[in-house]
Design a protein around this ligand. Sequence first.
Ligand SMILES: Cc1ncc(C[n+]2csc(CCOP(=O)(O)OP(=O)(O)O)c2C)c(N)n1
Ligand SMILES: [Mg+2]
Length: 623
Amino acid sequence: MKNQTNSILAKTIIAAAILCAAATATAQSKKVTAAENLVRYLEAEGVTKIYGVPGEETLHIMDAIRRSKKIRFVLTGNEQGASMMASGYSRATGKMGVALSTLGPGATNLVTGAANALSENIKLMLITGQGPVNRPMGYHQKLPLTQVFKAVTRKSLEAKTPGSVVSTARKLVTTLNKTPGPVHLSLPSDVAEGMVKAASPRRAPYTKRPRPSDKAVAKAVKLIKGAKLPVIVAGDGVLQERAGHNAKAVLAFAKAHNIPVVPSAIAKGMFPWKNKEVLPPLDAFAKGKGADVVRKADVIISVGYHPTETFEPQNFNPKGKAKVVHLSTEKLPKTHRIKGMDPKVEITTSLVKGLAAVHRKMRTHKAPAAAMKATRAVRRKHTAEMKAATLNPNASGALNPKQVMHELRKALDGAGGKTMVFGDVGLNKGYLTQFLQVNRPGEVMVPNGMSTMGVALPSAIGAKIARPELKVVSVSGDGGLMMNIQELAPAVRNKAGVVHVVLIDKKLGLIKNHNHRNNLKPSGVDLPTLQVKALARGMGARGVMVRNASQISRLVQAGLKSKTPVLIGVPVDYSEAHARAKHIGAKKVKAARRPPTRTKAPTRTKSSSRKYRTTSRTSRLRK
Ligand SMILES: Cc1ncc(C[n+]2csc(CCOP(=O)(O)OP(=O)(O)O)c2C)c(N)n1
Ligand SMILES: [Mg+2]
């Protein structure tokens, strides 16, 4: 009896296996379009949303996405919005974002988002349709797209045959798995619709980072142990590859050895203010309260910081007095070995591995008390400045932007969930960077690569669509908002209840500020008064103007509960920043009028000729 049961069981298993093998064989011998195989591949990579605008040349890929059970297409107002939504998706999920456009004008609309992602190392795949392979360039919207995208991506490739579509896409993902950033796939329409064997694609491989060199680690430890005032400058690298782990590792290292941490603007969002080692971030000129401490340092530990993150990185190490230990996943290119940031030691590995290796050798070493003493003094000063700005909670009229950040923080604290804030560009960014406290690693995203106006709103929408459970806020100036306001409509359609706080000064505030800094009359900077309510309503969203400071946190919190996007207009007064800029401008004029002092003609030294050779951030990224 037992034997009989066993033999029935065995036969059933064999039959099932034969059926299964037959089904797999049928699936594999089944012919599908190359576009369908591409979508299968993207599914295998874990992609869940593709943002974009279709066109005639993307019909087959759109059809394949329509049939996908794992990927949803999100129609955006403009392809620029799509590239930025895909970036927001990537920031919120840590995965590769995907944006899709047609050829020609649709593709060129993606370029700004690509450049932005390249400058911030955001993992992005940009797929553009293209005219049939044999259609000559210049005929009906056909541009040499791989040439167009070469300058703004890590790699740009065209799939030339239906059979090579998946391997081309995989090659591109392999590239961005090594060095995060955007890649571009050009997909001619006849290639996309070509029939091929259905594939079961595999994910692209990741590049394993090398083990940290013992010699470099020993050298770094010697420098740090001998330092009177070591400071960590944490940069954009912290946001790459397991960003949360990187931030935790930096903080643990800082705590273990009593070393202050000054984040760059882009890294600021990774470092919660409650950690007493954390200082205010570097500003655009590598100045500010945090930079004041770096300027006193004799050893700078650069953790994923790149000189290209600020205009004048040499500002915090003006004479190159501090020795630099540079820890990064890739070696610093020659062009970035500028005075003040030319490393004495480079440790090339993952940030987590590198910090762990140095920590092991540092053992229980603590930096001299001066480092944390300077940190405490600056933190006290910073907190007092914030407090002074928020003394009048009922302030009305044009508000102090520091107070706006304070009220926004209150709103985030009471939002009842994980919050994420996307910043924009302009004076508003300066205030957000310096004065919006961070409570969770990854909570605040400051766009400080290409510094692309209009990036905040679509990034926030992309993040919210990717992870609806997040409470997502974006903040911009009135100029920045108008650059991508059209994306409110897709946000409404997709029930992406983001809250956008727009700081209204009726000016391109930062440019007016630069005019003052250069003692020039502001020109071309006036903006019309935004009709916030009407603008939002016109696209099915809600809009409200704030009349006093205390309304902000209430309105933001209410907005975060809604599935309808909310636009909150806040009139702001930037006169404090403008007064400072005028003062700088006046000083420049005075200096220019001063009679020249007789000095020896400067000799061109090796280091002075290298001082400004760091203008091209992309050269680091593309190498
Ligand atoms: C796409 C783009 N165009 C132009 C600029 C140059 N730019 C930087 S800030 C700025 C003004 C920003 O004005 P607004 O958004 O109102 O912010 P505010 O400075 O007033 O806070 C401009 C024009 C830019 N960074 N990005
Ligand atoms: Mg403005």
